[in-house]
Design a protein around this ligand. Structure first.
Ligand SMILES: Cc1ncc(COP(=O)(O)O)c(C=O)c1O
Length: 391
């Protein structure tokens, strides 16, 4: 399958057809699978026969979804989870033990940060946060008991870029588990395993579904680490539902074509905001003014579907701007066909103190746009009128 192109693998990785000759994959909404005999049941339980047993840990729909994602991320193995957060927690809980230490970038999704600061310490796992773009700080933060390096790139919400290759080499030389949340870029734009990541995490709720319908998540990567995550999930049950797996597998068929349009719309919006007198700063990885432009160009084939900006007038102006939008949705999701505007300081990252927010560049006037698939003229018109109205 690997010789085929990305788009083809996204469409043609499919479970075996049933005798009913369906074209789209069948949906296996069943909690368990039957045994033809007591002996067969015993063999399946022992692992002598590789067959579906119970949908908490094996189901044809989750299997198809994971095989497809593995093929796109160029990874050996994977496990599907109920949500992106289930994947993040699973990766920590399955692979870390009391006394271990994680080095993580400070610019990560608020709930991933919460797990590191509020949940893992109760299990005796400590962490250090580092500035994602500062290679030196990654190296310096490694301690004797460090077990894992964890990051997002581009990061949520300020779109900072981590040097995947450098951190991959660091992980290799210190024998650390290298885990990358690839939710914002998707495998269509960036494949962290090519830079040495052992585990690639996803909130499939975002671009993989791409239509704001279902929650889902995944960890794909090296068999050695994924199998430990799988064993943990099998017992603890943060599994993806077969129905959601069916939706997500079908969604991946259009990932490439959707990402192309997300990126082209986002790039045009970034260009528009760049010249706008009401905007202090624009953050878009493939924009020439982006601080890590060369790195982003090297790692990502396109700039992604998210655009950040700082509006003049701070938080109050930001709120007025959001209220003035006609078409953009005000909601906490991203990666949808529908364009979404978010004010991270008061929503997704509101659990952080203002000082913590500033440390990761979430200023009061920072806005994040998840640029959808509507016509670009309508996207720009809505932003333009809201900027004027909110003055
Ligand atoms: C980068 C990143 N990782 C993980 C998550 C969590 O995903 P979910 O909402 O599917 O649990 C999110 C959600 O916004 C995210 O942005």
């Amino acid at each position: 399958m690997i010789d085929q192109q990305f788009e083809t693998r996204a469409i043609r990785t499919q479970m075996v057809r049933t005798a009913r000759r369906e074209h789209a994959s069948a949906l296996y909404l069943t909690s368990s699978f039957t045994f033809e005999s007591a002996e067969q049941g015993a063999d399946i339980f022992k692992g002598n026969i590789d067959a579906n047993l119970y949908s908490r840990f094996s189901n044809p729909n989750t299997d198809e979804f994971i095989r497809k994602l593995c093929s796109l991320e160029q990874c050996q193995s994977g496990v599907a989870t109920a949500s992106g957060m289930a994947a993040v927690y699973l990766c920590f809980a399955a692979l870390l033990k009391q006394g271990d230490h994680v080095v993580a970038s400070s610019a990560i999704f608020g709930n991933s940060r919460y797990i590191l600061t509020n949940i893992l310490p109760n299990m005796g796992v400590s962490h250090s946060f580092v500035e994602v773009s500062d290679n030196h700080s990654w190296e310096q933060a490694i301690q004797k008991n460090t077990k894992m390096l964890f990051l997002e790139t581009p990061s949520n919400p300020t779109l900072k870029t981590a040097d995947l290759e450098f951190i991959g080499k660091l992980a290799k030389s210190h024998e650390l588990i290298y885990a990358v949340d690839n939710c914002f870029a998707t495998p269509y734009l960036q494949r962290p395993a090519e830079y040495g990541a052992h585990l690639v995490l996803h909130s499939a709720t975002k671009y993989i579904d791409g239509q704001g319908r279902v929650l889902g998540g995944a960890i794909v990567g090296e068999e050695h680490w994924v199998s430990q995550c799988y064993d943990f999930l099998r017992r603890t049950g943060s599994s993806l539902s077969p129905f959601n797996a069916w939706i997500l597998s079908k969604s991946i068929e259009t990932l490439a074509i959707r990402m192309d349009r997300h990126c082209s719309n986002a790039s045009k919006l970034a260009g528009f905001l760049n010249g706008h007198q009401e905007i202090e700063k624009v953050i878009y990885p493939h924009d020439e003014n982006y601080e890590q432009y060369d790195l982003a160009k090297k790692q990502m084939s396109q700039g992604g579907g998210l655009v950040g900006c700082i509006i003049k007038g701070g938080a109050e102006r930001g709120a007025r701007f959001l209220n003035a939008l006609n078409m953009f949705s005000l909601t906490a999701n991203l990666g949808d066909t529908r364009s979404i505007a978010t004010h991270p300081a008061s929503t997704t990252h509101s659990k952080m103190t203002p000082e913590e927010q500033l440390l990761v560049d979430i200023t009061p006037g920072f806005l994040r746009f998840s640029v959808g698939l509507e016509h670009i003229d309508d996207i720009l018109t809505d932003i333009d009128q809201a900027l004027k109205l909110s003055k």
